[in-house]
Design a binder for this molecule. Sequence first.
Ligand code: AMP
Ligand code: MG
Length: 278
Amino acid sequence: MPTETVYGLAANALDGAAVAAVFAKKQRPAGHPLILHARDPRPFARFDDRAERLSAFWPGPLALVLPVMRDSGVASVVTGGRDTIAVRCPDHPVALALLEMLPFPLAAPSANRFGEVSPTTAAHVMAAFPELPVLDGGSCQVGVESTIVDLTGPVAAILRPGGIPGDAVALALGEELGVAGQTAAPGTLPAHYAPRARVVLAEDAATAVVALRKAGVRASAIRRRPSPEYARALYAELREADATGAEVIVCEPAAIGGLGDAVNDRLRRAAASWEPPG
Ligand code: AMP
Ligand code: MG
């Protein structure tokens, strides 16, 4: 299904076998819990004052980690058996219509194989999973995954930068955000979101690409632009560079702050994924 962030591989979150099938399709390790998508996530998680305040961003690209509501029927594979759950309401007309029509919430990770670049068009999903039905909702308008905020500790902390800037979260909460350790979020790996080609970061991609081409390396550039535009285009451009047979993709870091933080997070992880051949 389309969402405003990326396309999701959706399953009935109350049906353990359906959710297990999503993990199998994606080849996603069991230790990476899924985000529950619902029109109103309140029945599935225990909301406190902070959660209520942040729910003002819904529908929108913000996932909240909260204590799971034990008797809500959510399959334990969704959370990997944890007593916390990540929940959000996506901001896309097709996703919203689906959630309003269905009598159950949807567990939905990105519709790509684990570790690969996330899909932002229906064609991206069909290339990876030709056997699956895809609801075509056009190109994802945000283009990077949701911001994940952990509200289970004494201080709210961002586990993953994403579609809602950290500053906006802090402002809505009226408090400073804590810093989450790199290992605080299960499944946020230093290496992830990677195309086939090696990703390197450079302030001036054009110059770097000229130098690489002189050295006989097939290189392509992804240029910096206003961060919301950069976020929207990033995954499609990484995929295009792969499709043209690039060996190296030189990416310019986004401006710091706002959606640029999410873009830079994904660029760093993509760059960290590369291993020397052989
Ligand atoms: P995604 O990879 O976009 O499907 O988002 C799933 C990510 O949300 C996981 O890899 C975790 O980092 C985070 N997450 C989901 N559920 C939880 C949870 N119960 N506690 C902490 N983090 C979670
Ligand atoms: Mg993903």
